[in-house]
Design a protein around this ligand. Structure first.
Ligand SMILES: Nc1ncnc2c1ncn2[C@@H]1O[C@H](COP(=O)(O)OP(=O)(O)OP(=O)(O)O)[C@@H](O)[C@H]1O
Ligand SMILES: [Mg+2]
Length: 480
């Protein structure tokens, strides 16, 4: 196909080409500051498209006029058309002129239509972009985790909240499979193909690739092809993991509390019947013996014989006194009231060592802990007592270390054994000692920790703020 420029004379072609080059160059060629203003004006003139088009059109008209005058086009045409006068061939230029004017008029009209159409399209495009941007922002910045997955659960697109809750952001992953996270539930979800109804789950437990649990409130919507085949699955997740874990912990705590309360009542009953038994067996028989001896004495006249009974009465009275002391000690360590916590603990450890001579016990009890608020003293005493009982019952230890120190406004208690240890995560049914320890410490706003693993012994640490107990004691005193 020939180029239209092939019809133009060489000099004109050169001029136009030069002008076109100039048109493309001004942006690239820097104009020196001291250059002639004429050149600058020309460049500015040429940069304006409207002026440039007008100049080109005027040039073409002038060149055509010059060429036509030079080559005598009209005369030549008249000469050629003269013999054909009968067929009105000489009217052709006017016909062509009219046709050209009509064509220009149509073109201008079409151009106007086109520019209106282009403007409408541009506006529609802007509107479409704006609405796309809005929906993108809504999708991306929503607090719920939104995603679109294919029928196999592979996530095609998801927002920042989803990336965060699924752990993709932390693991720096770009792929996620929701079907794997949901397990058997996925089949249940995709079998629900009614597009008009979303599928809601108030609580859905998922598993992350790192095996972490993730709990969400979820809504799914399945989109299908007209054939009924699944096109994609839309999901909206609200992360309720923390709420779920807190509820679980709370219900576990309630269950523990219920069990502990039940255990406390049972222990109270057992303690009462043990005391009743001890009073009956120990005290009862000596009192009966005393009563019988006194009755016998009243019937005896000889002093020598009576002294035998009197001696027995004194011995029985002593037994009764010892038994009463023992019972009182079990009910409440007397040393706690008379000598303070440190001495009460020393006595407790001493008694325990007598019963467990095979276990070595090292202890460090800070003397400044001797006079503590009543509430703290009894809690610390009971914790050491239960820990030592556990060591003799379960630990098979050879060494125990006990430390009680005061650090600033906190009391720190540590009991460590080198026994067989255990897995703290495995709950032992009907065991209340450790739970009771924790409850007692937490009731004083302290913290309790137990570290253990099989064959690594057990370390119990407790920290109690002194001031809290002091304050509550003060308040109790005022109210009381
Ligand atoms: N020092 C220890 N060494 C090894 N295992 C221990 C130790 N302390 C506790 N355990 C384990 O923890 C379990 C729970 O202890 P916990 O004191 O709560 O209950 P318990 O001693 O079994 O019963 P109780 O309710 O009478 O105290 C024990 O059954 C034992 O298996
Ligand atoms: Mg115990």
């Amino acid at each position: 196909m020939k180029d239209f420029t092939s019809h133009l004379p060489g000099s004109l072609l050169g001029a136009i080409t030069k002008e076109i080059r100039k048109d493309s160059l001004p942006h690239l060629t820097p104009v020196p500051e001291n250059s002639i203003s004429m050149k600058t004006t020309l460049i500015h003139f040429w940069q304006n498209r409207y002026r440039r088009d007008t100049a080109v059109a005027v040039s073409i008209v002038v060149i055509t006029y010059l060429l036509a005058s030079y080559l005598d086009f009209a005369e030549r045409f008249a000469d050629w058309a003269e013999p054909l006068e009968h067929s009105q061939i000489d009217e052709l230029p006017f016909v062509f002129l009219n046709a050209a004017l009509v064509a220009i008029w149509f073109s201008v009209r079409r151009m106007r239509e086109l520019s209106t159409e282009v403007a409408i399209r541009k506006q529609a495009q802007i509107n479409a972009h704006e609405s796309l941007y809005r929906f993108q922002k809504l999708f991306e910045e929503g607090l719920s985790g939104n995603f679109i997955a294919d029928k196999d659960g592979a996530v095609i697109i998801c927002n920042a909240a989803f990336r965060l809750m699924s752990g993709m952001a932390v693991r720096n992953e770009s792929a996620f499979n929701i079907a794997e996270a949901l397990g058997a539930r996925w089949q249940q979800i995709i079998s629900h193909t009614a597009e008009s109804h979303p599928l809601d789950f108030p609580e859905l437990v998922l598993e992350r690739p790192d095996k972490g649990t993730w709990v969400v409130m979820a809504r799914f919507r399945i989109l299908t092809y007209p054939t009924g085949e699944i096109r994609e699955v839309h999901g909206y997740f609200a992360d309720i993991t923390e709420q779920y874990l807190a509820e679980k912990e709370l219900s576990q705590l309630f269950a523990e509390n219920r069990a502990l309360a039940g255990h406390a009542l049972q222990a109270q009953e057992e303690e009462r019947s043990r005391l009743a038994r001890e009073i009956h067996d120990d005290l009862g028989q000596y009192l009966t013996a005393i009563r019988l001896d006194v009755a016998t004495i009243t019937k005896i006249s000889s002093r020598g014989e009576a002294s035998i009974y009197l001696d027995r009465i004194v011995r029985h009275a002593e037994y009764i006194q010892i038994a009463i002391r023992r019972i009182i000690k079990q009910l409440r360590p007397a040393a706690l009231d008379s000598h303070g916590l440190v001495e009460a603990l020393q006595q407790l450890i001493h008694d325990w060592q007598k019963q467990n001579p095979q276990i070595g016990c090292i202890y460090n009890l800070d003397q400044s802990c001797n006079r503590l608020p009543e509430a703290i003293s009894i809690v610390l005493y009971r914790i050491v007592q239960e820990a030592l009982t556990n060591i003799s019952k379960h630990a098979h230890a050879s060494k125990v270390e006990i430390e009680l120190v005061k650090k600033r406004q906190n009391l720190m208690l540590k009991i460590k054994d080198d026994g067989i240890g255990f897995l703290p995560s495995t709950a032992v049914p009907n065991s209340f000692g450790l739970t009771g320890m924790r409850e007692r410490i937490e009731s004083l706003h302290g913290s309790f920790a137990l570290a253990s693993s099989p064959s690594a012994g057990v370390t119990i640490t407790a920290s109690i703020p002194i001031n809290y107990a002091r304050k509550s004691e003060y308040v109790e005193n005022i109210i009381g």
